[in-house]
Design a protein around this ligand. Structure first.
Ligand SMILES: [Zn+2]
Length: 164
């Protein structure tokens, strides 16, 4: 198998196109000019509402008809949404991973291992993040539970884990 054939197979995984034996001149040209083409597409997407709407409709169609693409998009969105929530609390992904490791992947109050995305418990007065809790504890307490403070912005006040 030649390098060219391998290249084609990889492309096929992303974007099926009619099967031909050799890459066409157009395919080779597009491959060689990918950066320029993408830059032009980005610019058009930013400045041309009709083009933007057409692209959106195309992706909506793919989302509806291609389960694999849908699953990939959902996973991407989950990560994106979670990152936004972390940002709201002044946490980086590393902060979050560190807290999760410190709590050994379990809820800070009921100690059960997380089976879903942890809730970020924060002090209502200062906004500082205290701990990661499961949704069961949050739902059962009805009030904001009292847990040790953790603040990446105010590390001197941190007192996580000292109670055990
Ligand atoms: Zn819990």
């Amino acid at each position: 198998m030649s390098d060219e054939d391998e290249g084609r197979q990889e492309r096929h995984a992303e974007e099926p196109e009619p099967a031909t034996k050799k890459p066409s001149y157009g395919t080779l040209w597009r491959r060689a000019n990918a950066d320029r083409i993408n830059a032009r597409r980005r610019e058009r997407h930013a400045n041309d509402p009709a083009y933007r709407e057409k692209q959106r409709a195309r992706l909506r169609g793919r989302y509806a008809s291609d389960p694999e693409y849908r699953e990939r998009e959902r996973a991407r969105r989950r990560v994106y949404d979670h990152t936004r929530i972390l940002q709201k609390h002044g946490l980086s992904r590393e902060d979050f991973e560190a807290m999760l490791a410190q709590q050994q992947g379990a809820c800070a109050i009921c100690r059960r291992p997380f089976d879903r995305t942890p809730c970020i418990d924060h002090c209502p007065l200062t906004g500082w993040v205290r701990a990661l809790l499961c949704s069961r504890v949050i739902a059962a307490s009805g009030i904001t539970p009292i847990t040790p403070h953790f603040s990446p912005r105010h590390p001197s006040i941190c007192s996580t884990g000292s109670s055990t």
